[in-house]
Design a binder for this molecule. Structure first.
Ligand code: CP
Length: 327
């Protein structure tokens, strides 16, 4: 077992109860709350402090590898004053056949918040929130990576001082990172998102439909094409992600051939001298991105990685503010 318990002097016991605030999809957040979490992430990055989680316990369950998200939520919860219980793959009795429903029911009686990354779909994560009383935070599911998108928006807000009107090019697989990013960006006024995804590896019709619904309200625009022809005349942001998404596999044998035109190289970046480069990491230099781009002056990728902790703190604080009994 790798469980660790950091004791806090004021840990309160709390029976399961009414539904607590959870972030399982970007669409769980009202517009105002999404904007508030993004802004709060920037405030934490600028040095704001909070003890919003004092006397509470956060569980961190990662069934899949993680460097950034697991550390961000663990360090973030500790910095906010929470006690921490960490579970790696195989630690919970899930690995010996206990059901998700029973596991969630037990954990909800002991934890205030559960941060989880699994290969399961979103419905399984929602089942952990069903007993009530415990917030559930999606630290990446097969469909969506909502806390990555919140971090990405805080990174852009910090850099540009605004999100409204940004012109974003996303290059690469329409994976869980892209899905959450599309939902989040299309909630911001006047943002343009141009997705260039390999054929057969695009954003799903469901996420495109949901993002377009947000765009219709916010004045944004989202478009997806499966080639790199006719790129926009000007851009503020170029974003890519690793071709081999954690926990997923490709359904075609020649996928590398299909993905090859979607590498972010120096020539693409040179066409947009004012654009910044984002990457959610981990990266494979020479595959989805050239080293000169990732490590070059336009890259915010490592600032973006550091912002994950500040953004995680904002998410944890938002969940705690909605906890039953909080004022
Ligand atoms: N970007 C991201 O989610 O990184 P980790 O897999 O290291 O958490």
């Amino acid at each position: 077992m790798t469980d660790t318990l950091e004791t806090s002097p004021l840990l309160a016991t709390r029976p399961p109860g009414p539904l607590a605030r959870s972030v399982i999809s970007i669409d769980d957040l009202p517009d105002r709350d999404l904007a508030g979490i993004v802004a709060r992430g920037v405030e934490f990055a600028a040095g704001a402090r909070s003890t919003a989680l004092a006397g509470t316990v956060t569980g961190v369950y990662f069934a899949k590898p993680s460097t950034r998200t697991r550390t961000a939520f663990s360090a973030g919860a500790l910095r906010l004053g929470a006690g921490l219980v960490a579970y790696g793959p195989g630690d919970l009795q899930l690995s010996t056949g206990e059901t998700d429903a029973d596991t969630g029911r037990v954990l909800a009686g002991m934890l205030d918040t559960l941060v989880m990354r699994t290969a399961e779909d979103e419905a399984v994560m929602r089942s952990y929130a069903e007993p009530g009383g415990m917030s559930v935070i999606n630290a990446m599911s097969a469909q969506e990576h909502p806390t990555q998108a919140l971090c990405d928006l805080s990174t852009l807000q910090e850099h540009f001082g605004r999100l409204a009107g940004l012109r974003v090019l996303y290059v690469g697989e329409g994976n869980n990172t892209a899905s959450a990013l599309a939902l989040a960006l299309m909630r911001c006024p006047g943002v343009t998102l141009d997705l260039r995804t390999p054929a057969g590896y695009g954003l799903s019709a469901d996420f495109l439909r949901r993002a377009r619904r947000h765009a219709a309200r916010s004045g944004g625009h989202i478009d997806q094409q499966h080639d790199m022809r006719g790129l926009p005349a000007d851009l503020d942001v170029i974003y890519t992600t690793r071709w081999q998404t954690t926990g997923s596999s490709k359904h075609t044998a020649d996928w590398r051939h299909t993905f090859a035109p979607f590498r972010v190289g120096s020539s693409l970046l040179a066409a947009y001298p004012r654009a910044v480069f984002l990457h959610d990491l981990p990266a494979h230099r020479g595959e989805e991105v050239d080293a000169a781009v990732l490590d070059g002056p336009a890259s915010l990728a490592f600032r973006q990685a550091h912002m994950k902790m500040y953004s995680a703190m904002a998410v944890l604080e938002w969940c705690a503010a909605g906890a039953p009994g909080s004022s």
